[in-house]
Design a binder for this molecule. Structure first.
Ligand code: SF4
Length: 340
């Protein structure tokens, strides 16, 4: 008999799969799962015969953490092997205030092909199931204790796997379960307009980040193929709609690459895109990836961009470089198979 996934199910769903058991047992099982207990044998208030039944019917995880890489700055990257031999990476980021953020992957590879991103070179293999997203969160919590935030900014385009992400968020935010506040959840998209409207209209009520990179249509189309079908005008309208509907500021992520998007014309277009929108621009000096033909801008260049934006009244900050030594920074994730 094929085992079913149980991680990510609500108590009522577990109950429906265990019709012979009293409903309080399903709530107990759910509570263990929501605390990140990924082994039936550790569910000590469940009778042993029921634990054996659970073991026979379900799996909690079929993935294995194969590598734990630590950067001197505190960032940790996990390389996780999935049941089918594919690999994904997930990252723990710790900021100056010691807040811990899980940056999780939602797909194996990615179809978006952003030219500056290592994951974009891998091609798309498959969507992750919600349990494969939730377990990344708990694998990290086993290492660092309770996480404060989760960002869907790892491998893959979240808008292309929105149903699994919605399931993940329902599970993690359930007040009787893990009870993570939706305010502590951010989804980052390369700019899929339909997905932004869907999120604005149907929730969940989380934060949105858009990997804008440049507001120059020619540059954007050259380095982000998605821009050919999701134009900057359409993206701006969708951003405005999300801000108004959800009453939330949106983050615009701008990976700064030397001689690509740091010039004064590029920054003028960025100002034009951002003005009159409740947005915050996150400047991310491009994180080097050996096989890609881009360069990191100098500190002076980055500071000049920041000052120009701020002088124009745009909210902007520079993202601190983290996790570079372990290939755990923004855009650097990308392994489909593990080196063994
Ligand atoms: S930046 Fe995001 S959407 Fe673009 S290729 Fe990389 S993972 Fe995919």
């Amino acid at each position: 008999m094929t085992k079913k996934a149980i991680l990510g199910l609500e108590a009522a769903e577990i109950s429906a799969l265990l019709p012979d058991e009293k409903p309080f047992r399903s709530r107990q099982i759910y509570t263990w799962l929501s605390q990140g207990v990924l082994d039936f044998s550790q569910m000590t208030n469940i009778p042993i015969d029921l634990r054996e039944k659970l073991e026979a019917l379900f799996f909690i995880t079929r993935s294995t953490v194969q590598q734990e890489l630590k950067d001197p700055d505190g960032t940790i990257k996990l390389q996780i092997e999935l049941f089918d031999g594919h690999c994904i990476e997930t990252v723990l980021l710790i900021d100056a205030d010691k807040r811990k953020t899980a940056c999780v992957s939602c797909q194996v590879g990615c179809a978006m092909k952003c030219a500056f991103c290592k994951t974009g070179t891998l091609g798309f293999k498959r969507n992750l199931e919600s349990y494969e997203i939730i377990e990344q969160f708990f694998f990290l919590e086993k290492i660092c204790g309770r996480l404060d935030n989760i960002v869907f900014m790892g491998m893959g385009e979240p808008m292309k796997n929105l149903s699994a992400i919605r399931k993940t968020i329902t599970f993690l935010t359930e007040p009787k379960g893990r009870n993570l506040s939706p305010r502590r959840i951010t989804l980052s998209t390369s700019g899929l307009v339909d997905g932004i409207y869907d999120l604005a209209d149907n929730g969940p009520d989380i934060r949105l980040a858009i990997s804008l990179t440049t507001a120059n249509p020619k540059t954007r189309e050259a380095i982000m193929p998605i821009a050919k079908t999701n134009t900057l005008d359409a993206l701006k309208e969708a951003t405005r709609y999300f801000i108004e509907k959800r009453k939330k500021r949106v983050s615009l992520e701008v990976a700064l690459m030397k001689d690509i998007n740091t010039g004064s014309e590029e920054i003028a277009l960025l100002i034009d895109f951002a003005k009159n929108l409740d947005v915050h621009i996150n400047l991310i000096p491009w994180n080097p990836i050996e096989e890609l033909p881009f360069s990191e801008p100098s500190n002076n260049e980055v500071q000049r961009v920041l000052k120009t934006l701020q002088s124009a009244g745009i909210n902007a900050t520079i993202r601190k470089k983290r996790g570079r030594k372990i290939g755990g920074s923004c855009g650097q994730l990308g392994k489909l198979r593990l080196d063994k």
